[in-house]
Write a protein that binds this ligand. Structure first.
Ligand code: ARG
Ligand code: ZN
Length: 849
């Protein structure tokens, strides 16, 4: 029998904690299956909190003893915590518990990965380590003693004394329990140092398994650049004597910003040219920066409660995006970020899981580490900056750090800072935090008498629980390009605040095209009445790199749409517009590679659904295939020239310039492979001396179904390298034609190296299948069956990763009745798993709703 449905947690019911924690002292006797944790916590009643007994969170703990001010007590223990009567004055709580890290397969709390002890406490993992008020508004300094003779013992803060079988750590900065971390194992460090602008010498260490120490150089370089950047751009310096980063093989998410001890999924730390692609390097740089930036936006200023998660995540994503733009290319970074936003967040916002950037209730908070909180949360910061201006943004941020350092804050605190710094009323802007759904902005443009007139309309669609929406503040950056290619209106901000609004600009010509939503100035779906000739003009001449790219994407999407729905031939005007961009040497290589990209199959399915049609996954894949062949044939000569001309990049460097050249060259290879059956790709594969070129050749071979030998060779070479082997698993499932991908996935789950309890490996097969639109949605139902079967199997072992992967089914209402039936059945199968986790139960129920 299932337990009664768990009660949702509601923002409206927030109350401060009954007590204040003054200090926390922890001692760990590490043992794989019987670790003892002793805690000594100084409490005092909170004058601003409710009175009553002390309630501490605790899960999967065996209580050994408890005492208050030295006198043993007998707390009332239940499966989620304990309650105990306490004096109405300051007191010391002491408690000993036993936990079993070796049984912790959920990778939440204290667990063991490849013989190494490590922790993950965000959001609510600390309660699996000891009894504690496990909520972010309870902040305290921590002292930790690790009793273990393992060679390396780490915790937060600065190191204290140590000996062969113990080590002490002290973190002077008050922190919530979700930032606690402990690591112990046989690790080696790649070390360096950094002098802060305040003159503090900081020891930097990246801790990895022996043998991986020569793959840490890039992460270390990215860390030092991040530290310098945060000083220069935000005036924020690091605040401890050491900064430790640990790479862990088994990890549910990307990484975690624990104070002074960041813990990373190894795939976002380890890189060498032979094993990591340019994309891997860029992700490592971004995630190292993200976790480091959390030290100020997250750790020094944290969240009052988990509803405020975007306060730290949206802002920190925004900051890491700024950093990557500064280090690489703003134009390219913006396009990549928008692609991601559309692929993940717009998709989420369009389906049953849509929720506001600040949700109002949850059952399992781990289910809300979403693209909406992170990516839309970052877009909201970007809009705020655009509306108030760069200089006001800087002043507001300085005030934010000054006013709220050491506090646990809310979105109200954040917006009040901006109101105080700028005098602007942000009450309408605040709707971005409370209204879910992607706003639709419709623009009609008219040019007459030397004037450009824009009629703008906005509409925020209904989402679960939110049938009616009010108009939002939408910053729409506009420009205009004359038919002869001149820019006749430089970028200008229009603040759309009404449901209908008109804006006029003197442009001195009657023959021009408006360029709307430049830089993707707001996370909205734009419907602008441009025809393909207008788009071709913008593709050729827009000075805004985002809209230049966007014009190409719109042309491609329109052409694909007509191929899918009317069986049209690839649009010759689209095809002929590509060559000039491809060969324009004033454009950087990665930009040109992106112009050659096509909207994904999932994008096309969403586009069809938006147009009121039922997407046929096989027809979408077939249209893409025809389009690729047509583009290859049309562009054969310039592609061959580019391919030849961009060769010989050595020595390999993971910088943006080289990465752009390889991206364009490999994009050319992908297209040329449609013509030569893979001869050129196979030659590149055999000759490649770096992973970008190796995978860049393997990918088209897989796409055209000619990869058997190359895959075998790749496996032989890399079978002992877990991160590279993940790529081998995933490429043959994510990129192959539907039937081959399904055959591969069904075979790979029986492969001896399919270590399904490792989240990276699980995602490399099951996640990859979910990302292959045509295979996952194959009419046979094989895709749905395999994914749901494995999610059923994973749930008892790792509920967090299972719940996250149920989102593969979130788009089910787009499809035809047969597919809907099959998906509903697949979800029902998951729902029927005995004792299904709270995580997956919440997700399946929301998706089916
Ligand atoms: N705060 C981490 C980051 O964004 C993510 C941790 C999420 N963990 C989780 N169990 N939901 O960098
Ligand atoms: Zn984060």
């Amino acid at each position: 029998m299932k337990d009664a449905a768990p009660r949702p947690v509601r923002l409206a019911e927030y109350a401060p904690f009954s007590h204040v924690v003054e200090t926390v002292t922890l001692a760990f006797d590490l043992h794989p299956s019987a670790t003892r944790v002793r805690s000594r916590i100084a409490f005092r009643p909170n004058p601003d909190g409710p009175s009553g007994p002390l309630r501490l969170d605790g899960e999967k703990l065996t209580l050994i003893s408890a005492a208050i001010d030295g006198t043993p007590v007998a707390p009332r223990v239940d499966p989620t915590g304990l309650e105990v009567d306490t004096p109405d004055a300051p007191f010391v709580w002491e408690c000993e518990v036993e936990i079993d890290p070796s049984a912790n397969t959920e990778l939440d709390g204290l667990y063991i990965s490849n013989g190494m002890f490590c922790t993950q406490c965000e959001a609510e993992g600390f309660r699996k380590i000891t009894y504690y008020p496990d909520r972010p508004d309870v902040m305290a300094p921590f002292s930790v003693r690790v009793n273990s003779d393992l060679p390396v013992r780490l915790s937060n803060g600065n190191p204290g004394d140590s000996d062969a079988d113990w080590a002490e750590w002290h973190d002077p900065h008050p922190k919530p329990s979700y930032l606690f971390a402990l690591v112990a194992g046989d690790l080696v460090a790649h070390s360096d140092c950094f002098k802060t602008m305040e003159g503090r010498d900081v020891a930097l260490n990246i801790w990895v398994r022996p043998g991986d120490e020569d793959r840490c150089g890039y992460a270390m370089d990215a860390l030092k650049r991040s530290m310098r950047w945060d000083e220069e751009k935000y005036g924020r310096a690091y605040d401890l004597d050491v900064f430790n980063v640990v790479a862990v093989d088994d990890f549910n998410m990307g990484a975690m910003e624990n104070k002074g001890l960041n813990i990373f999924n190894a795939r976002y730390v380890l890189a060498s040219p032979e094993t990591a692609t340019d994309g891997d390097y860029a992700r490592i740089e971004a995630i190292i920066a993200h976790e480091y930036f959390h030290n100020w936006t997250g750790n020094r200023i944290t969240c009052r409660d988990w509803f405020q998660l975007c306060l730290k995540e949206g802002l920190t994503v925004f900051r890491d995006q700024q950093f990557s733009g500064d280090e690489r290319s703003h134009a390219v970074k913006r396009i990549e970020d928008v692609q991601m936003l559309r692929a993940r967040q717009f998709r989420e916002d369009a389906g049953p899981l849509a929720h506001p950037v600040r949700p109002e209730s949850y059952i399992e908070i781990n289910n809300f580490y979403t693209a909406t909180i992170y990516e839309k949360g970052a877009e909201v910061i970007g809009m705020l900056k655009r509306l108030v201006g760069d200089e006001s943004y800087d002043r507001a941020l300085a005030l934010y750090f000054d006013r709220h350092d050491g506090q646990a804050c809310t979105i109200e605190d954040w917006l009040t800072v901006f109101e105080d710094a700028t005098g602007r009323d942000l009450s309408q802007f605040k709707l971005w935090y409370s209204q879910a759904g992607t706003p639709r902005v419709t623009v009609d443009s008219r040019v007459a008498d030397g004037t450009l007139t824009l009629h703008l309309r906005q509409e925020v669609p209904a989402t679960p629980g939110q049938p009616d929406k009010a108009p939002q503040v939408i910053p729409v950056v506009v420009g205009a390009i004359a038919r002869d290619g001149r820019e006749v209106l430089p970028s200008t901000l229009v603040e759309l605040t009404e449901a209908h609004q008109t804006a006029s600009f003197d442009i001195g010509t009657d023959d021009a095209v408006a360029s709307v939503l430049r830089g993707f100035s707001a996370p909205v779906i734009l419907r602008h009445d441009l025809d393909n000739a207008d788009r071709a003009l913008l593709l050729a001449h827009d000075t805004d790199p985002f809209n230049k790219w966007e014009a190409g994407r719109a042309l491609a999407k329109d052409a694909l749409m007509r191929m899918i729905t009317d069986g049209a031939a690839p649009d010759p005007a689209y095809l002929s517009g590509l060559a000039p961009v491809l060969t324009d040497d004033t454009l950087d290589h990665s930009f040109r590679a992106m112009v050659l990209g096509l909207p994904s199959d999932d994008d096309m399915a969403q586009g069809l659904a938006d147009a009121g049609q039922v997407p046929d996954p096989a027809a979408i894949a077939a249209a893409r295939d025809r389009m690729q062949k047509a583009r290859a044939a049309e562009l054969k000569d310039p592609l061959s020239d580019l391919y030849g001309g961009l060769a010989n990049l050595s020595p390999y460097a993971p910088d943006a310039a080289q990465a752009g050249r390889r991206a364009l060259r490999n994009t050319a290879l992908g297209l040329l492979s449609r013509l030569d059956g893979g001869t050129l790709a196979r030659a590149q594969f055999d000759a490649a001396d770096n992973m970008t070129d190796s995978l860049g050749a393997l990918l088209p071979l897989v796409q055209i179904g000619a990869a058997d030998d190359a895959l075998a060779a790749f496996h032989d070479r890399w079978q002992d390298d877990r991160l590279v082997l993940d790529k081998w698993f995933s490429v043959q499932v994510s990129a192959a034609p539907a039937d081959l991908a399904l055959d591969a996935a069904e075979a790979l789950v029986d492969h001896p190296a399919f270590d399904w309890k490792n989240p990276n490996r699980f995602r490399a097969v099951i996640g990859a299948l979910g990302m292959n639109h045509a295979a996952f949605h194959d009419a046979s139902g094989r895709g749905y069956a395999l994914v749901s079967q494995w999610l059923c199997k994973l749930d008892p072992v790792n509920p967090q990763t299972t719940a996250r992967m149920t989102t593969l089914f979130e788009t089910w209402r787009r499809y035809d009745a047969d597919r809907q039936d099959m998906i509903r059945e697949a979800l029902e199968r998951i729902r029927a798993v005995p004792n299904l986790s709270r995580d997956s139960t919440e997700m399946v129920e929301r998706i089916l709703c």
